[in-house]
Design a protein around this ligand. Structure first.
Ligand SMILES: N[C@@H](CCC[C@H](N)C(=O)O)C(=O)O
Length: 284
């Protein structure tokens, strides 16, 4: 039996979304890689998302995320907005809650194909990132490049249900720089589970420019949890106010690290690209 998917994206960070209410989907890492491959029979995406039936009361679904390298991950911010939009559309509602391995998330409609999601509180302890050793996560002892003239240094670490390291840079970085530096840091021994690597340039107290080298997916057009992590990191360093625009070359998200409950609130667009059938090789 052939199975269906939806192709969606948030600011160009793109997803193959499989709704598993009526179809089984327990992919191996190899199958995820085949689906995510761009060209050569693959559909092509940064992440694969499965929307499963709920496991707990109060939730509309249980959601799983995989990177294009085949590994499962705990969180995906742009994907969370897409899932929230889909669930709201199918239920004819303007708010929704669903569970992930990293906890409960919720979303509300904020306009035409615009969604606000509550990404929960950031985790800031070194063991929660996780780091390999105890360290102040607001000033991590890490530098990349020559010892006497590092390219980047002393980042902030934040977990949004997935690990992020955020370097503050004097000017927006190029794709080449993000690729070279990000790929070195992604598998640094300080990060036993790998890490998503953000390069944040603070334009003003309410505006950050960001590029993210994603763990397991490489340089993507945008990273929602990366934007949340960059804003939390900037507030921790006293560089921005609680609410800021976090801008990628493909567009912007509004991120607020809410003072009242410490949750991170993200607002941004959702795009539906097309629907299709999974190739037989991965649909068996
Ligand atoms: N693109 C995502 C993040 C996807 C997961 C990440 N690469 C990881 O391994 O943690 C987003 O929008 O947050």
């Amino acid at each position: 039996m052939s199975r269906t998917f939806l192709k969606m994206n948030g600011l160009g960070n793109d997803f193959v979304v499989v709704q598993t209410l009526t179809q089984n989907f327990e992919p191996t890492p190899e199958e995820i890689r085949a689906i995510a491959k761009r060209g050569d029979g693959g559909i092509g995406c940064d992440q694969v998302i499965a929307i499963d039936p709920p496991k707990a009361e109060g939730a509309s679904a249980y959601v799983r995320f995989w990177n294009s390298d085949g590994e499962e991950t705990g969180a995906c911010g742009n994907g969370t907005r897409c899932v929230a939009w889909l669930l709201m559309q199918s239920a004819g509602k303007t708010e929704v809650a669903f569970d992930t391995v990293a906890g409960r998330l919720s979303g509300v409609a904020a306009g035409e194909k615009l969604v606000t999601v509550d990404m929960g509180p950031p985790r800031l302890e070194w063991s929660q990132i996780p780091l390999a050793e105890a360290m102040d996560t607001a000033r991590v002892e890490l530098q990349v490049g020559p010892i006497d003239a590092p390219w980047v240094h002393t980042p902030v670490c934040v977990s949004m249900g997935n690990p992020h390291v955020v370097f503050f840079v004097d000017a927006p970085v190029s794709d080449e720089f993000a690729t070279k530096t990000g790929s070195l840091v992604e598998h640094h021994p300080l990060f036993p589970e790998g890490v998503n690597v953000g390069f944040a340039h603070v334009e003003s107290r309410d505006h950050i420019r960001l590029k993210v080298w994603e763990r397991g997916a490489g340089l993507t057009a945008a990273c929602g949890t990366g934007a949340c992590a960059a804003q939390v990191a900037a507030v921790r360093r006293g560089l921005t106010d609680r609410k800021a625009k976090v801008e990628f070359e493909s567009g912007a998200l509004t991120i607020e690290w809410r003072e009242s409950d410490g949750h991170v609130i993200m607002t941004g667009p959702v795009s539906m690209d097309f629907a299709g059938k999974l190739p037989e090789a991965v649909a068996a």
